[in-house]
Design a protein around this ligand. Structure first.
Ligand SMILES: *[C@@H]1O[C@H](CO)[C@@H](O)[C@H](O)[C@H]1NC(C)=O
Ligand SMILES: *[C@@H]1O[C@H](CO)[C@@H](O)[C@H](O)[C@H]1NC(C)=O
Ligand SMILES: *[C@@H]1O[C@H](CO)[C@@H](O)[C@H](O)[C@H]1NC(C)=O
Length: 792
């Protein structure tokens, strides 16, 4: 019995000792009650190691002692099936909520209407920019009646002074519980070293309960002072929030410190500590006649002062600023010392190990920069591009040289100018630049641009030519995070699919996929078919309507999925014969289709040979942002099936991302997603070049457009180029593994479009045939056959 009690005592909160001892004595005495009370005991503290012990001990005992109380499981009517509720995707507003990311530190200050304008302002100016959030709590009717229009102030109209801190706790737990790792509560008469405070909380693990502070009345008390500041971790706050009622009922002391301290102690069982995980929290009490100017600089207790996290009481605003200036100076001096130490260290490191610094040492040229990529194999070596002042040589696998122009030209010029200026200044003008001989340039995405430049100078004292080789480095700038508007994966996508008579079968296959992937899974989508009737095929109303089967299928599928809100609809457009379309037809399709949607609809222009994938649709939802961004994915396009597949490698049902079967076709701009309103806005800007299409008749005019230059230099030939040229919206163009296109015979009509467009079309058709290796094999095979024939 004794041992049980002993264990029990340890297993439970030390501070609830009396209650628990009582409880456990109860357990020990009354065997009859064992199962019930035992349960209670466990419930309180199921986590600590001792309690594990205790459970084992108890349950063994109870088994041997009270068999007649064996539980009987009631199986009548069980097991019951859990009712299945359909899962609806509920995305929280911020990814930080979804991932549980919290900010570090919240500082809550108890202040009063009379001191708000002085001390609170002082704290705001010395603390607010160094912590994640600073809020003031006043016991007043509220900011409106006080005629204060400052944010970050919460007022309470409770006349009971002792409850003020609890109002603060209540507000914080109600509003900011999930947002911060640590909460620092303090009164306004304190100067806080916010930088130090932030360093401390960054070093503390959040997995542990923290109830810490300083300024205890005496060593034995479990309570810290609110004047010195109280540091609570999120986990402690959560426990406090569920005990607040108890705390308010038991707030009988006149001192806030004791009330709050007792509350936290009750909720967590942890007395206030003055050090957390090796971090000391100390404070410094300023004597009544402390004169900041004199005493601060000659203080014998300087070490204590420097270590202190907070100083109090600081009653007027000027003193706050004096202290702040003093401590800022101190930390500035420390920072400078750190920098010079680091400098020395780096210099030593690079001098003392010249051999290592070539390969492995973290020190690289120039000192302090990112070392750059270290190739894993010979395939990862970054290339150095050779340049002269006119061109890059062997700039890619496909060409021998490339003219130096545009950004490249400016870049090289800039580097040359800087190098020349440097040499001339270092030699006091003794060397004068003559010419650039040549140079190499390397781009390392982890580091920046490296150059090696060989230049000829004239030595003014001798008149001879001097050659110099110089290394130049242009580091990458700081990475910036661009704030973007909020989007969800919940938007409805309106897929727009143009169908020609020849792509009818592909379109039917597309609809099958659509039904399987979007309609059945109740993805929020809508499919709009755009049926393109050219004059050579039987038209609308005709009983041999070419699209009759397409329409029937659309109707049948819509009927079957009427309930899910996913539908297939179509519009019919009369277009000229097929060979005359260029990509300008996209404008006609979009102009007509956009009118059928509300202004805030998300439209995705599709092609019938694409494979529908849900992850792609989700990416469209995330990457298309109203009034901000349009999305143009770069698809993975299949090569010509009769070239890349064989009997041993038959064409798979789903296109695999593999360089032998296809490639990312960066010329392809046929898929684009935008919001209808954005489209209309941008479309207006180019209306005088590309006429708006209101009826089928306008299409002929549109397709006849010859002059497509926008602002003299930008070439408008499809929707993508329209968004790029106008520059009104951000255009996101990115490789998209979720968008895969099946091979499709490309028609390049020489009659429509400019020679440039024609060439583009021919090029992209050629690129889509096969992998270079495979094409080379074909040519070699063909030649071998020819030779054989000739010899026979
Ligand atoms: C509030 O303060 C502003 C200036 O600080 C003053 O112009 C205004 O009259 C005041 N309003 C009230 C209701 O006192
Ligand atoms: C604190 O300072 C910020 C600007 O630094 C200001 O916008 C805010 O109103 C101030 N709040 C208080 C309560 O003084
Ligand atoms: C380089 O210097 C030349 C001559 O001083 C100047 O005309 C040119 O604009 C400079 N180029 C760059 C990119 O700074």
């Amino acid at each position: 019995m004794k041992t049980t009690m002993f264990r029990c005592f340890y297993a439970h909160c030390r501070q609830n000792t009396y209650f628990i001892i009582g409880l456990c004595i109860g357990i020990s005495i009354s065997l009859l009650m064992t199962p019930i009370l035992d349960n209670d005991c466990l419930f309180n503290k199921a986590h600590s190691f001792e309690s594990d012990h205790f459970t084992k001990g108890r349950s063994l005992n109870s088994e041997s002692e009270s068999d007649e109380y064996k539980p009987v499981i009631n199986l009548a009517g069980k097991p019951q099936k859990a009712l299945k509720t359909p899962q609806i995707l509920m995305r929280p507003r911020y990814y930080s909520t979804e991932l549980g990311i919290r900010e570090k530190l919240f500082v809550g200050v108890l202040t009063s209407p009379t001191t708000l304008e002085s001390r609170a302002v002082g704290l705001n100016k010395t603390v607010a920019h160094l912590v994640d959030k600073l809020m003031f709590f006043i016991d007043a009717p509220g900011p409106q009646k006080l005629n204060i229009s400052m944010p970050g102030i919460v007022g309470f109209s409770d006349s009971r002074k002792i409850l003020k801190p609890f109002h603060m706790l209540k507000y914080i737990t109600d509003n900011h519980m999930g947002d911060f790792d640590f909460f620092f509560l303090v009164k306004d008469s304190t100067y806080i070293k916010a930088r130090r405070l932030y360093e401390i909380v960054q070093d503390i693990s959040v997995s542990e309960d923290v109830h810490a502070g300083s300024g205890k009345d005496d060593e034995h008390t479990a309570f810290c002072s609110l004047d010195a500041g109280l540091l609570l971790s999120n986990s402690v706050m959560q426990k406090v929030s569920s005990s607040l009622d108890w705390c308010v009922k038991n707030a009988f002391s006149d001192l806030d410190d004791a009330n709050i301290g007792r509350c936290v102690l009750h909720a967590t069982g942890i007395p206030c500590q003055d050090s957390v995980q090796g971090q000391q929290l100390t404070s410094f009490t300023l004597s009544e006649n402390f004169n900041i100017y004199q005493d601060l600089y000659k203080l014998s207790e300087e070490a204590k002062l420097r270590a202190a996290l907070s100083l109090y009481p600081v009653l007027n605003l000027a003193d706050v600023f004096k202290l702040h200036s003093y401590f800022s100076k101190v930390s500035l001096v420390e920072a400078k010392q750190d920098i010079s130490l680091l400098r020395k260290f780096i210099a030593n490191a690079s001098v003392s190990s010249p051999v290592r610094s070539l390969q492995l040492s973290p020190v690289s040229w120039p000192i302090g920069t990112q070392r750059g990529n270290i190739p894993v194999s010979r395939f990862d070596i970054l290339r150095w591009d050779y340049f002269t002042n006119k061109e890059f040589c062997l700039d890619s696998d496909f060409s021998n040289s490339k003219k130096l122009r545009g950004a490249d030209k400016l870049d090289i010029e800039y580097v040359l100018n800087a190098t020349i200026a440097k040499i001339e200044s270092v030699t006091n003008g003794q060397l004068q630049f003559r010419r650039l001989i040549d140079g190499y340039r390397k781009f390392d995405p982890s580091r920046g641009l490296d150059y090696q430049i060989e230049m000829a100078f004239k030595d003014t004292s001798t008149g001879h030519e001097v050659l110099k080789r110089l290394e130049v480095f242009k580091p990458l700038g700081k990475v910036e995070v661009i704030p973007m508007p909020y989007v969800t994966e919940n938007n409805r996508i309106n897929l727009v699919l143009p169908v020609e008579a020849v792509t009818r079968d592909q379109a039917k296959h597309f609809m099958e996929q659509y039904a399987r992937i979007c309609m059945e899974k109740r993805d929020k989508t809508f499919l709009m078919l755009v049926l393109l009737y050219d004059p050579t095929v039987p038209g609308k109303g005709n009983k041999d309507d070419v699209f009759l089967d397409v329409k029937q299928m659309a109707l049948a599928l819509s009927d079957r999925h009427k309930k899910d809100g996913n539908k297939i609809a179509w519009v019919s457009i009369k277009v000229p014969t097929r060979t005359e379309h260029g990509s300008l037809l996209e404008f006609a399709i979009a102009d007509i289709v956009v009118k059928k949607f509300s202004p805030d609809s998300l439209v995705l222009l599709c092609q019938p040979n694409m494979e529908i994938r849900q992850d792609f649709l989700n990416r469209v939802r995330m990457n298309t942002i109203q009034e901000w961004q349009v999305f143009s994915p770069i698809p993975f396009s299949e090569f010509h099936p009769s070239i890349v597949y064989s009997t041993s490698f038959p064409r798979p049902l789903e296109l695999d991302i593999n360089k032998n079967y296809g490639h990312y076709d960066s010329h392809h701009t046929g898929h684009i997603a935008f919001y209808t309103k954005d489209y209309s806005t941008v479309r207006k800007l180019v209306e005088d070049i590309i006429l708006p299409v209101n009826t089928d008749r306008d299409i002929n005019l549109l397709l006849a457009t010859k002059q497509k230059n926008f602002n003299g230099k930008c070439f408008l030939h499809d929707l993508y180029s329209m968004f790029v040229c106008t520059g009104k919206l951000h255009v996101l163009r990115a490789v998209e593994p979720g968008l895969r296109l099946r091979f499709r015979e490309c028609v390049c009509p020489p009659s429509s479009g400019s020679p440039y467009e024609y060439q583009q079309c021919i090029d992209s058709r050629a690129n889509n045939l096969g992998f270079r290796n495979q094409l080379a094999h074909l040519i070699l095979d063909y030649q071998a056959q020819q030779l054989q024939k000739a010899s026979m």
